[in-house]
Design a protein around this ligand. Structure first.
Ligand code: BES
Ligand code: MN
Ligand code: ZN
Length: 502
């Protein structure tokens, strides 16, 4: 999709589908040039001999925020399709303000698809595209909304609809560099979606490792793939215990981006990569298992970030850690009651084999610590309890450093990804104490997202650390705005925003 900035044209004659943000003051006197608006609506109305105003009156369109009106074939002098988007100013948080731009892009992409219009125009009326986050959000709406996953379809559409060109009519100096950055972030997001949506029969730990090798090659990253033999040597008892019941080998993957100029500054990102979570012997219900190919969404996000990291040219090291395995059942599967020794040396009583994410993350976090990472951020579809607490729009954010937490929430707001700070409640620390081992991998009936985070904290000694429980927003059960049913790619743009401002 080409995204071009064009000088505003007074009559829009050359355009067949035009998206026009509007405020109500422009509707009140469409026949005369309204002071509040750009005058474009009144010009268009005049060109249509008053037909446009007539249609708007009949439809009772008020240009309220969030209101959209699609007009087709109003008059031969006008664009075939006119999409009016209510842009009434409203008091809104930064998140909401930026989200409006994403929604605008999403509406534009959606109407273009439904109208089968490969080229569209967006009129920059009332928009502030000089603000980089607004422009990025608009591009995100345009690029993320049309996503479909056809990899497993036997019949492929030979000419699927493609929005080829978007012309933004604007007299502002809109940065094409920002457009390129947003485009890169979207491509990374779509890559994560593809990985998540791929059948777990194909998307195995080996599949993820192979993808990582490709990413490392393309982005000139150093990569280590620790295989089961290496994991045994390293004492990665958490990862090995979870993979024990599977025929697929498990891996701990490490990728490192090193900047040209030597530096001690670094950031580590860690992603849970359970390619299928059956629950193990503490088996899930049939329904609970249906979406469990999404249990590598954290890994997908980390891989997506690394797939563009060198293009961002950060002046610090970015290190990725991906523990990846299946959680399956066979005669060797880990038993509830088994005591294992994690890489850090801590012993863990595994009381529920379905609490496997924390076991593999324990080893990954420990390796990151041993490697001297000062700041570690992990992303994991870790607990159903986090979904109970926050629903599907918010990720739970657990963090041992207020500044890092604020940075992440801000980066998330700009990405359209909501993070909600949750407590690392020391009051519940006793809940993961074990009678027979150092700790156990389950808590009590309540506060499951917190006890999972407290478990992870046991493997952090010095680092500044944030844990994002993305179980809620990682996988969508339907389409809404720029999010499509299935893998969301949640966290990719939050992390990219963080890296570019870190
Ligand atoms: N992968 C699941 C969490 C999950 C649930 C992610 C739903 C996405 C959607 C995780 O491994 C799990 O099973 N957690 C258990 C922990 C419990 C046994 C302590 C849970 O949340 O029930
Ligand atoms: Mn599980
Ligand atoms: Zn899981």
């Amino acid at each position: 999709m080409k995204i071009l900035i064009k000088k505003p044209s007074p009559d829009l004659k050359a355009e067949s589908l035009v998206v026009l943000p509007l405020i109500s003051a422009e509707l009140e006197k469409p026949a005369k040039k309204s002071k509040a608006g750009t005058g474009l609506l009144s010009r268009l109305d005049a060109m249509s001999g008053g037909k446009l105003a007539e249609r708007l009156r009949r439809a009772k369109f008020k240009a309220k925020a969030g209101q959209t009106f699609v007009l087709n074939a109003i008059h031969e002098n006008l664009p075939a399709t006119l999409v009016l988007v209510g842009w009434e100013a409203e008091r809104a948080s930064e998140f909401e303000t930026i989200s409006r731009y994403r929604r605008l892009g999403s509406i534009a992409a959606d109407v273009a698809k439904r109208s089968n219009a490969p080229e569209i125009a967006i009129v920059d009326a009332h928009l502030n595209l000089k603000a980089e986050s607004n422009l990025a959000a608009l591009v995100e709406g345009l690029l993320l909304t049309g996503y479909t996953f056809t990899h497993h379809k036997s019949k492929k559409d030979d000419s699927p609809f493609e929005l080829q060109e978007v012309r933004i009519h604007s007299s502002q100096s809109v940065s094409s560099k920002s457009i390129d950055a947003a485009r890169r972030a979207c491509e990374a997001t779509l890559f994560a979606r593809d990985l998540i949506n791929t059948s777990p029969r194909e998307c195995t730990p080996t599949f993820l490792a192979n993808h990582c090798r490709k990413i490392a090659k393309a982005q000139h990253l150093k990569i280590d793939v620790f295989d089961p033999k290496a994991l045994k040597k390293m004492g990665a008892g958490g990862i090995l215990a979870v993979s024990q019941g599977s025929s697929e080998p498990a891996y701990l993957i490490r990728m490192v981006y090193t900047p040209k100029k030597k530096t001690k500054k670094n950031l580590a990102i860690v992603g849970k990569g359970v390619t299928f979570d059956s629950g193990g012997l503490s088996i899930k219900t049939a329904g609970g298992m249906e979406t469990m190919k999404c249990d590598m969404s954290g890994a997908a996000a980390v891989m997506a970030v690394m797939s563009v990291v060198a293009d961002l040219r950060p002046d610090f090291e970015v290190r990725a850690y991906i523990p990846t395995t299946e959680n399956m059942i066979n005669g060797q599967a880990t038993r509830p009651g088994d005591v294992i020794t994690a890489m850090s040396g801590k012993t863990i009583e595994v009381l529920n084999t379905d609490a496997e994410g924390r076991l593999i993350l324990a080893d990954a976090l420990n390796l990151a610590e041993k490697d001297g990472c000062g700041t570690i951020i992990d992303l994991a579809t870790l607990t159903g309890a986090c979904m109970v607490a926050l629903g599907t729009s918010y990720a739970g954010l657990f963090c041992n450093d207020d500044k890092l937490a604020d940075l992440l929430v801000d980066a998330g707001d700009r990405a359209g990804e909501l993070l909600w700070r949750m407590p690392l409640a020391k009051e519940y620390k006793d809940w993961i104490k074990s009678h027979v081992a150092d700790i156990k991998n389950t808590g009590r009936a309540y506060g499951g997202a917190i006890t999972a985070a407290l478990f992870l904290e046991e493997f952090i000694s010095k680092a500044r650390w944030a844990h994002l429980d993305i179980a809620g927003p990682a996988f969508a059960d339907g389409d809404s705005e720029h999010v499509r049913k299935g893998g969301v790619g949640f966290g990719v743009r939050t992390l990219l925003n963080l890296i570019s401002e870190y």
